[in-house]
Ligand binder design. Structure first.
Ligand code: PLP
Length: 405
């Protein structure tokens, strides 16, 4: 018999939705065992509901959005996104510069497919949201990871970034606010990244899907607003800010100098047309969604669930011997450090697997985010306080005796 299926470019790319930890979790679930999932940024299972205005809007429009839309999306949605970009200081974006997608995910992959020839390089953060590395690799490129520095609130290390630019580098990816670290980048860091892109003729890809999930009165700066002379692709969507990850609603906006990217834009248009269009009912809610979101503001303010869960998780982690964690400023992730020496950890995936087997709690190892040293993991702190407390009690107990062989 012939063996079918090609060898996969992605075999060496980490992704948290597959691998031995997920295999074990699925086997445990199949046996009827209960698992507490701290591994995925999906708000709905944790009793976060979409704003009612959004559901009403989608329901009332369903009969009008049964057909394909323009391949870039409904004009009403794209006008609303262009207006939103302007509120963020990104100038000159017209509806023609905007592509809606089945989540930002589809567009991240598309943005790399249209760009890369074999051997081209893209600077991607470490740790990263692993779809970025996977998308670069799938498109035939090489993801070159630059370090984000835990000691500086997980901000990108500009010198490391600079040292990794070669004549094959085509673009820089930033994830701001960041998954998995919860870091929010200040203007000074963004300006330095913009300068690197400017000096080296690179495209900036800025993933800003968490730009509305900020705590402590912080403000988000879109890098595209700081460099109208640099070609930028800015990604956003409603999966997280409106708790509708399952509706698949994202977009990307092109801004800045387009002189050298005409071929790239032609490629994007072709790929966009090839998938016909993104989910049209989901696009229909964009104008309402981008007006205001009082429900989210409440969740992120003191007393709100996301805020209080962040407070609990960061304080508790820092009280456990052998653990430390930088306070996240945005989103709902934390990327704690574990004292690898103390627990003799040489394999972070094994650590997460051992913890899963012992305590039935699912985390993602740092390597899943292209973090090379085996001394981090990610927690999604969406589950309610009681579940987070259970998980931290379990972690503290587990670490009392854990030594990796
Ligand atoms: N970008 C980042 C940084 C994410 O964390 C996620 C999802 O977790 C996505 C993009 C994908 O979002 P979407 O649901 O819009 O595809």
């Amino acid at each position: 018999m012939k063996t079918l299926g090609k060898s996969h470019k992605l075999d060496n790319v980490c992704y948290d939705i597959r691998g031995p930890v997920m295999d074990e979790a699925n086997a445990m679930i199949a046996k009827g065992e209960k698992i507490l999932k701290l591994n995925i940024g999906n708000p709905a299972p944790f009793r976060f509901r979409a704003p009612e205005t959004l559901i009403d809007q989608m329901t009332s429009q369903l009969t009008e959005v049964e057909g394909y839309s323009d391949s870039k999306g409904l004009i009403t949605a794209r006008e609303a996104i262009a207006a939103y970009d302007l509120t963020k200081g990104i100038e000159g974006v017209t509806p023609d510069d905007i592509y809606t997608g089945n989540g930002a995910s589809e567009l991240i992959t598309m943005s790399m497919q249209a760009l890369l020839d074999n051997g081209d390089e893209v600077l991607v953060p470490a740790p990263d949201y692993p779809l970025w590395t996977a998308s670069v690799t799938l498109a035939g490129g090489t993801a070159v990871h630059y370090i984000c520095d835990e000691k500086s609130d997980w901000y990108p290390d500009i010198e490391d970034m600079r040292s990794k630019i070669t004549d094959k580098t085509k673009g820089i990816v930033i994830i701001n606010p960041n998954n998995p670290t919860g870091s929010l980048y200040p203007k000074e860091i963004l300006e330095q990244i913009a300068q690197l892109a400017r000096e080296n003729g690179l495209i900036i890809f800025s993933d800003e899907i968490y730009d509305r999930l900020l705590m402590d009165g912080r403000k988000h700066t879109s890098i595209a607003s700081l460099c109208p002379d640099v070609f930028c692709v800015t990604f956003n969507g409603l999966s997280k800010s409106h708790m509708i990850a399952g509706f698949r609603c994202g977009w990307m906006s092109l801004s800045g100098d387009k002189t050298n990217v005409k071929g790239y834009i032609e490629g994007l248009n072709m790929l966009s047309s090839m998938r016909l269009c993104s989910n049209v009912p989901a696009q229909a809610v964009i104008p309402v969604a981008l007006k205001s979101n009082p429900q989210l503001e409440t969740l992120l303010a003191p007393g709100g669930r996301i805020y209080e869960q962040r407070e609990y998780i960061v304080n508790r982690l820092n009280s456990i011997e052998g653990m430390s964690a930088v306070r996240p400023q945005a989103a709902f992730y934390i990327f704690p450090k574990i004292d690898a020496k103390r627990f003799n950890i040489t394999n972070d995936e094994q650590f997460v697997l051992d913890f899963l087997k012992a305590k039935h709690i699912l985390l993602v190892h740092g390597g899943g985010f292209h973090w090379e040293t085996p001394d981090h993991f990610r927690i999604v702190y969406l589950p309610d306080l009681e579940s987070l407390k259970t998980s931290m009690d379990a972690l503290e107990d587990f670490l009392k005796t854990y030594k990796q062989n």
